[in-house]
Design a protein around this ligand. Structure first.
Ligand code: AHR
Length: 555
């Protein structure tokens, strides 16, 4: 399929008397004004309603997920203390450095499906004495060509203490997923002891202290199983409710931590499963022991669109449409929660989301479910985070799957090589939303359309986004899903006026471009400052782009 030269659009980014010049790779979004100072050609409109708050954007919406799966932990996060790869106590230094820019709030570990076959006791104590165990994913077809190694046989070098140190290094909170399928509740209690009991109080606290960590980890977030309807035990909702009750009732040691239990929720938007689960939990008096209900949604495109890089226009829109289903899923699951939870305590935890393409590993056969990341994945990232902001009153945490070398990767690494993906750049651009007040934003734009596989026309919104406010600082993020059309857009702030704007745009020279170890900066954002003198309130969003407007209100 033909590639789309983005430069064509850049050249026409300015109209009339605007002061900025558009050079290649710069000024992708710029004020479009006529000599009269009036907006020209705006076919789209964004209205930010500062006086209509939705809720605070929980920093935990910017969470991550690291599973013992393929190249995520070994070759991704963990390189080992003796490695020639620069590391901090065995943890890849380049990863730690890159994480700081995106302000990671929370990291989920050790799975995923892996969690429900993991015995945390294998991963503590002196490293040299830890057992090697068969990884949950060892039998996956994708690892057929792999003979040995940590993706199949976990050496347990990376365990609870190593994970907690990783969290500490990047400034994130830990979110641990307990094994409900193959371990009893007693083992869960002991894991709590290992993490949270003060040194000298329990035997497990002494094992932790002997590893060098006298201070308790104070882990707050605990997942009770994972995908209970599938790899987490193939439970019916009622069976899982019974297990959940066993794990969280009464005797769970608290150690002065406000424990937040997260129940395994439905597969995608399975409303019936959710209803049955919440009914069964209510009958067992366990609803008030739930902080969050987990849900997962992976997007994908069928046929030719399934390839991570060589997709066509249909694959482009199919994937975005699939990602956009998140909004309907959140809405329908929330409705069930709302009906069951009269006290309005329980929130949604989207602890796995991202684009899952059908692809072979990029750099090493052990990197199961690894696939490339293009500007299409960046749009999935932007539109999904915008959905979370628009539902900041319902969602308490979200974890993109997964951090490195797997599915919706923010990074790729192999041995001493390391690169950030377009999806990573969106996390960096959007970080300013964390902790700010989400405000209602009304977007109107011509819908985009394409022909589906059956030849029938399909369409999709033409522009969407979200906005948050922190004092005089307003962050407006916008995705333009059009494969080929820019959007001239009038941006109006009700309850304030734009003083200055710093506009950061992520677009690609070609929608198939990727960042590789050899060419790490092929897809990266560019920023322009718009001074008070130049602000006219009309912005151009290039095709296939994600944009952040960091606005300082006038006055
Ligand atoms: O993220 C990969 C896998 O997808 C997880 O282990 C599982 O929870 C989900 O099905």
């Amino acid at each position: 399929m033909p590639s789309i030269p983005r430069r064509n659009f850049v050249q026409t980014a300015l109209i009339g008397g605007a002061a900025l010049l558009a050079r290649r790779g710069e000024a992708l979004v710029a004020p479009s004004v006529g000599r009269s100072g009036r907006a020209l050609l705006a076919d789209s409109h964004i209205e930010v309603l500062l006086d209509e708050p939705i809720g605070t954007i929980a920093p935990e919406l910017y969470g991550h997920f690291t599973e013992h799966l393929g190249g995520v932990i070994y070759d991704g996060v963990w390189v080992g203390e003796g490695s020639r790869v620069p590391n901090i106590g065995g943890i890849r230094k380049a990863l730690v450095d890159a994480m700081h820019a995106i302000k990671p709030s929370v990291v989920r570990w050790p799975g995923g499906c892996f969690a429900d076959s993991y015995d945390w006791r294998d991963g503590v104590g002196p490293r040299a004495q830890r057992p090697v165990r068969t990884n949950f994913w060892a039998g996956d077809d994708g690892l057929k060509s792999v003979v040995g190694g940590p993706a199949k046989y976990d050496p347990n070098e990376f365990g609870t203490t190593e994970f907690l140190r990783f969290c500490r290094l990047i400034g994130a909170q830990p979110y641990l997923a307990a094994n409900v399928r193959t371990l009893p509740a007693a083992a869960f209690n002991q894991w709590l002891e290992y993490c949270n009991s003060p040194a000298g109080t329990t035997s497990w606290s002494n094992v932790r202290a002997a590893a060098g960590d006298r201070e308790p980890y104070q882990v707050r977030y605990w997942g009770v199983g994972n995908e209970a309807w599938g790899c987490g035990g193939n439970f019916t909702p009622e069976e899982y409710a019974e297990e959940y009750r066993r794990f969280v009732t009464w005797s769970v040691p608290q150690f002065d931590v406000d424990l937040a239990f997260i129940a395994s929720g439905p597969n995608g938007g399975d409303v019936e499963w959710t209803r049955r689960l919440l009914t069964a939990l209510a009958a067992r008096g366990s609803l008030d022991r739930m902080w969050g209900l987990s849900m997962h949604h992976y997007c994908s495109a069928p046929d030719a669109g399934a390839d991570a890089v060589a997709f066509d226009e249909r694959g482009w829109y199919d994937l975005l449409t699939s990602a956009d289903r998140m909004e309907a899923i959140v809405g329908s699951i929330w409705e069930v929660v709302r009906q069951a939870d009269r006290q309005r305590r329980i929130k949604l935890v989207v602890d796995e989301w991202g684009a899952w393409h059908k692809n072979a590993p990029i750099v090493d056969p052990s990197h199961l479910f690894e696939s490339q990341s293009t500007i299409r994945d960046a749009l999935v990232t932007g539109l999904t985070l915008d959905i979370f902001h628009r539902h900041a009153d319902k969602i308490a945490m979200a974890n993109v799957a997964q951090l490195i070398n797997c599915i919706h990767s923010l990074f790729f690494s192999h041995e001493d090589k390391f690169v950030v993906t377009p999806a990573y750049h969106v996390f960096a651009m959007y970080a300013a939303h964390q902790g700010a007040q989400s405000v209602r934003t009304v977007v109107s734009a011509p819908r985009v359309s394409w022909a589906a596989a059956d030849g029938k026309p399909r369409d999709f919104w033409g522009l969407n986004g979200s906005c948050s406010r922190r004092g005089r600082e307003v962050t407006l993020t916008v995705t333009n899903p059009s494969f080929s059309e820019p959007r001239e857009t009038e941006v109006v702030i009700r309850g304030g006026a734009i003083g200055t704007a710093r506009v950061t745009t992520l677009a690609a020279g070609n929608v198939h471009d990727v960042n590789s170890f050899e060419r790490p900066n092929t897809v990266q954002p560019s920023t322009v400052e718009i001074s008070a003198r130049d602000v006219r309130g009309v912005f151009r969003f290039p095709p296939a782009s994600v944009t952040k407007l960091a606005i300082t209100l006038a006055g």
